[in-house]
Design a protein around this ligand. Structure first.
Ligand code: SF4
Length: 214
């Protein structure tokens, strides 16, 4: 059964099928099922029928959502979003590498979108960089909190290794000034001078970035 999910719903650990609220805005909405079948599933060489379907889709306000729906749900037959099976094939093949920031932003705005692997990684990296907690990421990606925690930990490791390999300097801790111990001897002829700290400043622990995800 198709359902509309939102980020107001508690995470169930089960993935929905994405936001389908656009369906009712399609030009083909309400069309007789047999007519729709004939119109949008023409034979591959029936150019006249294909042209008729494309004409309908061209005027459709939700053709982009329609195309996304076909890609996300691996619907390789028929005309979706104004594209035929052959025209959509490269999109299907390159889907895991697709990166559409509009879809990523839609997730941030609370829409349930089937993200590609690349888009999903952008959300995870953003979540780690902005210090999201696991429960927030779990709602955004519709995964369990445990899964979200693992994803944040992986993101932390990725940043740590990136900094190591790219030579990003680690932050240095500020050395606290030690208060000088009181001396019982009175100052002799020369005025007592404050001595500079002689120990070198030590760098922070190499695992500092990992602490962010804890
Ligand atoms: S793009 Fe075409 S197939 Fe998709 S909803 Fe619109 S009219 Fe229907």
């Amino acid at each position: 059964m198709r359902t509309i999910t939102t980020h107001n719903a508690p995470a169930t650990g089960l993935r929905g099928i994405g936001d389908t609220s656009w369906h009712t805005h399609g030009v083909c909405h309400g069309m007789d099922l047999d007519d729709a079948d004939t119109t949008f599933f023409p034979l591959p060489r029936d150019h006249e029928a294909i042209a008729d379907a494309k004409e309908l889709c061209a005027a459709c306000p939700v053709k982009r959502d329609c195309l996304n729906f076909a890609l996300e749900n691996v619907l390789k037959e028929g005309i979706w979003g104004g594209l035929t099976e052959a025209e959509r094939r490269p999109w299907h093949d390159g889907l895991p590498q697709r990166l559409d920031y509009d879809r990523v932003i839609a997730v941030f705005n609370g829409r349930d979108v089937h993200l590609t692997a690349k888009e999903r990684q952008v959300v995870i990296d953003h979540a780690y960089a902005r210090g999201w907690r696991a429960d927030r990421l779990s709602v955004a990606l519709q995964v369990t909190q445990e899964h979200a925690r693992d994803l944040l930990t992986q993101a932390a490791h990725k940043v740590f290794h990136r900094d190591l390999t790219q030579g990003v300097p680690q932050r240095r801790k500020k050395k606290r000034k030690r208060s000088k111990p009181a001396t019982s001897k009175p100052a002799t002829g020369q005025a007592a001078k404050e001595q500079p700290a002689s120990r070198p400043v030590q760098s922070t622990s190499a695992h500092a970035p990992l602490g962010k995800a804890a």
